[in-house]
Design a protein around this ligand. Structure first.
Ligand code: UDP
Ligand code: MG
Length: 304
């Protein structure tokens, strides 16, 4: 069986289209599938429309969350209810073409890969949004040291083994594309041109996207806290050089009375504080790593 997980939040304009297109795309290559639409606390008529679709075709299942938990939480909820041997994730606004699932499934079924994700060759959103997304991907790729992370989002399909590894990641602030890379396994991709959303407006507004970007960066990198330590260490070097200058100034009698001691203590305390904040930060980061409760290793196979 193949499961397709779709988060939906206030998408009443396009539910019928979503229903028809995904059912058509799935039936084109399999008879055995389920589509799990996760209603992420929609406040419009999305839920009624989803239920109407469910009445027409029982393979179109609806998982209803008690309120809006956000797009990554909705995906996680859907994934943990999926029963398929292969499980796919796709946005509900038809930006990701469901017709591509066939090719993803092909690659998985041929046992070539365990995870196949969609790689965007282009996208049709507004210029500003594209630039913001591009800069996020640039920073995230650098900081997380995940090279494939460029132009890749949630759209993907994986087998059960990979899904189990993904669900075993215990963190609460989730950035699924990052987690999906973290679990490893054999990963492949299919390329596609990302459409603009079919209708309606983006439900991930700027604030939500920014929060997601921070979740991604903070959960995959300790560089933000390292900046503190590095500036502290650099501060010590500068303090030392400046200190020499201040003392020479004092000895040659140029310095005003009281200036040398004041300046020296500011330099000294400033850099010492930064260094120790960096060290504290390192401990905080390690505690954070522990609470993320990620598996220490993931086995792909055991040839016994
Ligand atoms: N979504 C959701 N919960 C939210 C926000 C969005 O389930 O709090 C869904 C939304 O209905 C859509 C998908 O997540 O199916 C992606 O949202 P959107 O298109 O707004 O994101 P973008 O394409 O701008 O990243
Ligand atoms: Mg979208």
């Amino acid at each position: 069986m193949i499961s397709l997980v779709i988060p939906v939040y206030n998408e009443e304009e396009l539910i019928e289209k979503l229903f028809e297109r995904t059912i058509r795309a799935m039936t084109s290559f399999t008879d055995d599938f389920e589509i799990i639409c996760v209603d992420d606390g929609s406040t419009d008529h999305s839920l009624q429309k989803l239920i109407a679709c469910h009445q027409i075709d029982k393979r179109f299942k609806i998982l209803i969350l008690s309120r809006n938990f956000g797009h990554q939480a909705a995906y996680t909820a859907g994934l943990s209810h999926a029963r398929g041997e292969y499980v796919a994730m796709m946005d509900g606004d038809l930006q990701d073409p469901p017709e591509l699932l066939r090719e993803m499934h092909q690659k998985l079924r041929d046992r070539e890969f365990d995870v196949v994700y969609g790689k965007r060759t282009g996208r049709k959103e507004s210029f500003l949004k594209r630039q913001l997304i591009k800069s996020f991907h640039y920073v995230f790729k650098r900081l997380s040291r995940i090279d494939q992370a460029d132009n890749v989002g949630n759209f993907s399909m994986m087998n059960r083994q990979a899904l189990q590894a993904l669900l075993a990641m215990g963190e609460k602030n989730r950035y699924l594309p990052g987690i999906r890379f973290f679990i490893g396994f054999r990963q492949g991709f299919v390329e596609y041109n990302r459409d603009d959303r079919d209708s309606g407006t983006a439900k991930m507004n700027f604030k939500k996207l920014l929060a997601l970007a921070f979740d991604a960066i903070f959960s995959f990198s300790n560089l933000p806290i390292k900046v503190c330590l590095y500036t502290g260490l650099a501060g010590i070097v500068v303090f030392f050089l400046a200190g020499v200058y201040v003392i020479i100034d004092k000895l040659t009698g140029h310095a005003l009375y009281g200036w040398s001691s004041t300046v020296l203590s500011i330099y000294f305390l400033g850099s010492v504080q930064l260094v120790f904040m960096g060290i504290l930060g390192e401990y905080v980061f390690r505690i954070y790593r522990e609470t993320q409760n990620r598996p220490v290793f993931i086995v792909r196979d055991f040839l016994d």
